[in-house]
Design a protein around this ligand. Structure first.
Ligand SMILES: [Zn+2]
Length: 366
């Protein structure tokens, strides 16, 4: 049993930071696993904050693949090293999947999954097994003596050489201790940037060519792919008109594509989370959480309509993920979190925000 009160976000955050600081990392896998866990926690934040939550390991593996999907493309002609080991199992598998399913390199992971079929499943299997054998097994260990205290989940069943059958026998899942999922979701806005900075630093250390040049490494690893967003801009304009989603002002052809739920909070760039915005709204909103009514309006554009639009440009829709992430974000924000309604109209959250109540009973997507 663990002594730490995992339900206390502050204690949990402190413990996570100490694990990150004390463990010398030989690969970026732990960071990827933690970022994937944070993202999962936001999208699965339980109504009962003390609930234990099962994390499906295939789901987690897919989130890790998504994180590396951008990163395995070349930077100035270099395939970035993500580990000091000879074999980079996870990035190599992701890069291989990308080369097979997207020779031109511009296809989203969701489309690659459709095209890849068996290849996608094999990649996910390999990543899932690697996660259990390496970062998930070591995430809660501090220092070189491997003293560890489980504070997120029970890892005593994990092994370096665990078989796929043993993982399946364990339900193909790990169980976050009571309160951990909610606490991780609440911490996400704080921890995510810290983990990304640590990741950028690790990649710098692993890739010496980056010492001379100073390319936009954070942008390469975690930025928004502005060029591919052009495809989204074209269909959003054609379907919903050349107007700002937030203030209804007419916008020019070069309008910003805005992530309703900010990219920095949840990395969802499916069409359900994308709208056109005027430069004023876009820059003023920045990474603030939008008022829930904006998310409702974005989803009220309709699942089928958004699905069809997304398909027409080989783009993900991610309707359910957008709804789940919004619910999780609002439910776990501390009282007083700034909420963006419009330019110069920012208020703060109440502690008792209830997504379902705010939405009302009419919706077919809650
Ligand atoms: Zn506007």
């Amino acid at each position: 049993m663990h002594d730490l009160d995992s339900r206390d976000p502050l204690a949990l955050g402190q413990q996570l930071m100490s694990v990150l600081e004390s463990g010398r990392r030989t690969a970026t896998y732990k960071l990827a696993t933690l970022l994937a866990l944070l993202e999962f926690a936001v999208e699965h934040a339980p109504g009962e904050r003390d609930a234990a939550v099962d994390v499906d390991l295939d789901d987690l593996a897919e989130r890790v693949i998504a994180l590396y999907w951008r990163q395995v493309r070349d930077l100035d002609g270099h395939y970035l090293k993500q580990t000091s080991q000879k074999v980079a199992r996870i990035p190599d598998a992701v890069r291989d999947l990308k080369q097979v399913t997207s020779p031109s390199g511009d296809v989203t992971l969701e489309v690659a999954r459709r095209r890849g079929g068996a290849k996608f499943l094999a990649t996910r299997d390999l990543v899932r097994m690697t996660l259990v054998q390496q970062p998930l097994l070591r995430l809660q260990r501090v220092g070189s003596d491997l003293v560890h205290e489980c504070f997120l989940y029970d890892d005593t069943w994990m092994r370096d050489n665990i078989s796929a059958k043993a993982v399946a026998d364990h339900g193909n899942a790990l169980r976050l201790f009571p309160g951990v999922c909610f606490a991780l979701a609440r911490l996400s806005a704080l921890l995510k940037p810290a983990l990304q900075i640590a990741w950028v630093n690790d990649v710098r250390k692993l890739n010496h060519f980056l010492d001379q040049d100073v390319p936009d490494l954070p942008g390469h690893l975690f930025g928004i792919d502005r060029i591919s967003l052009d495809r989204a801009r074209v269909v959003l304009t054609a379907e919903f008109g050349q107007r700002c989603f937030y203030c209804d002002a007419a916008v020019s052809t070069g309008a910003h594509v805005d992530h309703v739920l900010p990219w920095s909070r949840v990395g969802i760039d499916g069409l359900a989370n994308l709208v056109l915005a005027c430069p004023r709204c876009n820059s003023n909103k920045s990474s603030l959480l939008p008022a829930p009514l904006h998310v409702f309006a974005a989803l009220d554009r309709g699942r089928e309509r958004l699905d069809a639009l997304a398909q027409s440009i080989d783009w993900p829709c991610q309707f359910d993920r957008t709804a789940a992430a919004a619910r999780g974000l609002y439910a776990t924000q501390p009282t007083g979190t700034p909420i963006w309604n419009a330019v110069r109209d920012i208020h703060t959250t109440r502690s008792d925000f209830d997504w379902n109540e705010a939405r009302g009973a009419a919706s077919d997507w809650v």
